[in-house]
Design a protein around this ligand. Sequence first.
Ligand code: ADP
Length: 255
Amino acid sequence: MLNINDLHFRYGKRSPLVLDGVDLTLHDGEIGVVLGTNGSGKTTLFKNILGILRPESGSIRFDGEDLLKMKRSERARRIAYVPQSIHFGALSVFDTVLTGRVSYFGYKAGREDEEAVWRILRDMRLEHFAARNVEQLSGGERQKIAIARALAQEPRMLVFDEPTGNLDIANEQLILSEARRVAREKGIGILTSLHDFNQALELGDRFFFMKDGKIRHEGGRGIVTEDVIREIFDAEVRIVEIEGKKIVINGGGKT
Ligand code: ADP
């Protein structure tokens, strides 16, 4: 379980607070979606969780252990980052995924590292890609390799910054369903940010609406309402239910 308490962060000593008392809890196997306008602090929050940035105050714990005090390799076994795109030069898929094991093997990969990679590739139905050069794959395939590489860290949680940002609809669906499978089958928590409310509703278990460096609303699907979206995004939407599914329509009903 990830537990963030009263987190404060600013980029420079005299800069304004970008995170201004963030509280967030995410359980194992849950998918949490952070929603907020551009510049609301989502990426900054993720970088604090991943240890890329250090907070001014507050705590980030995983199963009660202080992530801020952990070595990089210890943190990597708990939380892995899935970047939007991976640029590793001309590595094969196998070697790219193997680099995810670096916190385990240090200098040279051993047999168990290679076996772990094969297990993940098989599990994600990527074995036939193993010898291919990552650079030659499509955007969706590369994103899937990025997930495989993160899983090679054997983390308890994945942080995904805008996983569908650069993808077409078929690849979007592929990645969303892969994310869901990882959470459901492996009990790995996922914290992500998405711009599309309908993708968010499809994927998320918990929603965190962020504004001005704070989580303003948090909860299950029920908190995704026209009023909350208006408050956070200053935008009018209409929410309808079709076949029991909540659908967000841009533009609202004020004609
Ligand atoms: P989001 O991911 O929600 O779009 P960010 O976390 O990227 O938001 O940005 C939050 C705020 O921090 C913005 O005002 C942004 O301009 C500022 N910011 C982001 N990165 C830096 C940086 N490296 N140096 C200074 N300010 C930054």
